[in-house]
Design a protein around this ligand. Structure first.
Ligand code: HPA
Length: 235
């Protein structure tokens, strides 16, 4: 047991999928895993452990934003021995060529700050995905005839952003999309020497104002879960 995760020792797998939404964690575990056991409900941040093709996998909600994700990532690694953390989530496109429903695989994530920023003092640390996981995720997507965008994203501290100038600079610098968790996930994973990756679906577009209806969100979420599992356990 840790402060925010009520699981017993041994109930968390080395491979953990992390959607922001705890109910998505429940849906993903019940849809894709066998032998599913609920291992956490502290603060309603549901976590489940089951098996995928015989391999143990945990799906644990991270909550929204870097401070929340940071708590779960730290405890999963430090208290439960997680070795591979894959965020599956949604993002807002910042580029004309990145359309609704497209997949984005994050090589790196810029941020204004993360919970790890103070530790880095004057250094602008460049949070970076695990290359083996990234390559395996892109391979898995391409096998499903999906063409993910692979590149840099922006991890924001705000969903309701009041800085259009910042959005404009991100777009000018080729940032593919905005979400709210990855820069801290990659920093925490780096600090502890474990693997991390973020796979996202575009749920809204900052330039056109379009947004995915909820049934389409569910379908695209299936692709992400399958790609994340295939990346964690390549054939
Ligand atoms: N901003 C921040 N996070 C997000 C967005 C967004 O537009 N869409 C999905 N996650």
């Amino acid at each position: 047991m840790s402060i925010h995760i009520g699981a017993e020792a041994g109930e968390i797998a080395e491979t953990v999928l992390m959607p922001g939404d705890p109910l998505r964690a429940k849906w993903a575990a019940e849809t894709f895993l066998s032998d599913v056991v609920q291992v956490n409900d502290t603060r309603g941040m549901l976590g489940f452990t089951g098996r995928w093709r015989g391999q143990a996998v945990t799906v644990q909600g991270s909550g929204m934003g870097m401070p929340s994700l940071s708590i779960y990532a730290n405890e999963l690694i430090r208290d439960f021995g997680a070795k591979t953390l894959i965020r599956i989530g949604s993002c807002g496109s910042m580029q004309a060529h990145v359309a609704l429903r497209d997949l984005v695989v994050a090589m790196t994530a810029s941020s204004v700050s993360t919970p790890s920023t103070t530790m880095m003092r004057e250094v602008n640390f460049a949070p970076c995905a695990d290359f083996g996981l990234l390559r395996a995720a892109v391979d898995a997507a391409e096998r499903r005839n999906l063409s993910p965008h692979v590149g840099a994203i922006y991890s924001s501290d705000t969903f309701y952003d009041e800085r259009p100038d910042l959005t404009e600079q991100m777009t000018r610098h080729g940032i593919l999309a905005v979400e709210m968790e990855t820069a801290e996930l990659y920093a925490v994973a780096a600090r502890h020497g474990v693997r991390a990756l973020t796979v996202l679906t575009v749920s809204d577009h900052l330039q056109t104002g379009e947004a995915l209806p909820s049934d389409a969100r569910e379908r695209s979420f299936s692709d992400m879960v399958e790609i994340a599992l295939a990346a964690a356990f390549p054939e």
